[in-house]
Ligand binder design. Structure first.
Ligand SMILES: *[C@@H]1O[C@H](CO)[C@@H](O)[C@H](O)[C@H]1NC(C)=O
Ligand SMILES: *[C@@H]1O[C@H](CO)[C@@H](O)[C@H](O)[C@H]1NC(C)=O
Ligand SMILES: [Ca+2]
Ligand SMILES: [Ca+2]
Length: 305
């Protein structure tokens, strides 16, 4: 999950570089996913993505440090422990410690974003300066803070990255060709992650299989991505919310992605099963085996209605 986000942000950064300077420039209709990685690096954005990963590492270190401190505390109860180290607040929120109590509060200030590439388009087709601002405002309205600008912003969310714009229609021909391009793209993303050793051993094995057996090439990549998206919660079905990492960064670059993902949910129940995913990618059903690399304890998974 984390790596796929990195991958997509990487792609986004590279593509933004190419088109970012002129917001009015048209994205070519036949944008080829494969070419994206050949574009030049954007140091600043990539650094930022790396920092986000570092934050995750720091969180983990803090957790370990806290556990050590807790153990020590049993012997010497005077050691102060930051109650926030183990608290994960949602988007737009940060943890605030009050003595030994921790609570999640709205982010007081978002970093000022002058870079137009950080802009996001919301579900009400409004351009905001950054994703942080959107999540912060939603938090303020959600908590009935007096600085909430408008109660309806309680339900605001990011539709896609980039400025709001008139998205070109996905023509029938483009749509017909899209599953093939998507399969190719998924395989290339998987291969790229494998080359950078950013897949788990389990998925490395699946990638190797995809490299050596043409029958498995697209199916393995499709299964991997589906498993990868199905993380919150890992219940063997991909919700609209879980599609966010694959949808939001691509919508403004690839105007068929949104209608394509819609079309995958054949029975319109807002979740995509592996079977539906295989069907819309036009893959052989027999090859779409549920092979997810995660430890699911059946007792802790909540089935969805
Ligand atoms: C969203 O806003 C953009 C820019 O203001 C506009 O061009 C576009 O038509 C709007 N889209 C919709 C669906 O209203
Ligand atoms: C390739 O995959 C197919 C389908 O799963 C399988 O039947 C076949 O034996 C595999 N071929 C090799 C060389 O492993
Ligand atoms: Ca899920
Ligand atoms: Ca469905």
């Amino acid at each position: 999950m984390k790596w796929s986000l990195l991958q997509i942000f990487g792609l986004l950064a590279l593509v933004c570089l190419a088109y970012g300077d002129d917001p009015d420039v048209d994205i070519p209709d036949d944008l080829n996913f494969d070419d994206l990685e050949e574009l030049e690096d954007d140091e600043a954005l990539l650094r930022e993505v790396e920092e986000k990963h570092m934050e995750v590492d720091i969180d983990r270190e803090n957790e370990i440090a806290r556990d050590v401190a807790m153990a020590f505390n049993k012997i010497n109860p005077r050691v102060e422990v930051d109650p926030c180290t183990k608290v994960h607040c949602g988007a737009g929120r940060v943890c605030q410690a009050d003595g030994n109590k921790a609570s999640c509060v709205c982010i007081p200030d978002c970093p000022v974003e002058a870079d137009p590439r950080r802009r996001v388009c919301t579900n009400i087709n409004e351009t905001w300066s950054s994703d942080c601002e959107v999540y912060r405002q939603r938090c303020l309205c959600d908590t009935k803070d007096p600085t909430c600008k408008n109660q309806k912003l309680k339900h605001i969310h990011i539709d896609y990255y980039g400025e709001c714009k008139q998205l070109p229609e996905c023509t029938e021909d483009e749509m017909n060709d899209f599953p093939r391009r998507m399969r190719d793209w998924l395989f290339n993303v998987m291969r790229d992650l494998a080359e950078r050793s950013e897949l788990s051993d389990y998925y490395m094995q699946m990638e190797l299989e995809a490299e050596t057996n043409m029958t498995k090439r697209w199916a393995n990549a499709a299964v991997w991505k589906w498993c990868d998206l199905d993380g919150n919660p890992p219940d063997r079905s991909v919700s609209r919310h879980e599609l966010f990492p694959i949808r939001a960064p691509l919508v403004s670059l690839e105007h068929c992605i949104a209608p394509f993902l819609e079309s995958c949910d054949k029975d319109d129940n807002h979740r995509i099963t592996l079977k539906e995913w295989g069907n819309c990618l036009e893959l052989d059903e027999d090859e779409m085996l549920e092979r997810c690399d995660d430890i699911i304890k059946p007792s802790t998974t909540t089935p969805h209605p």
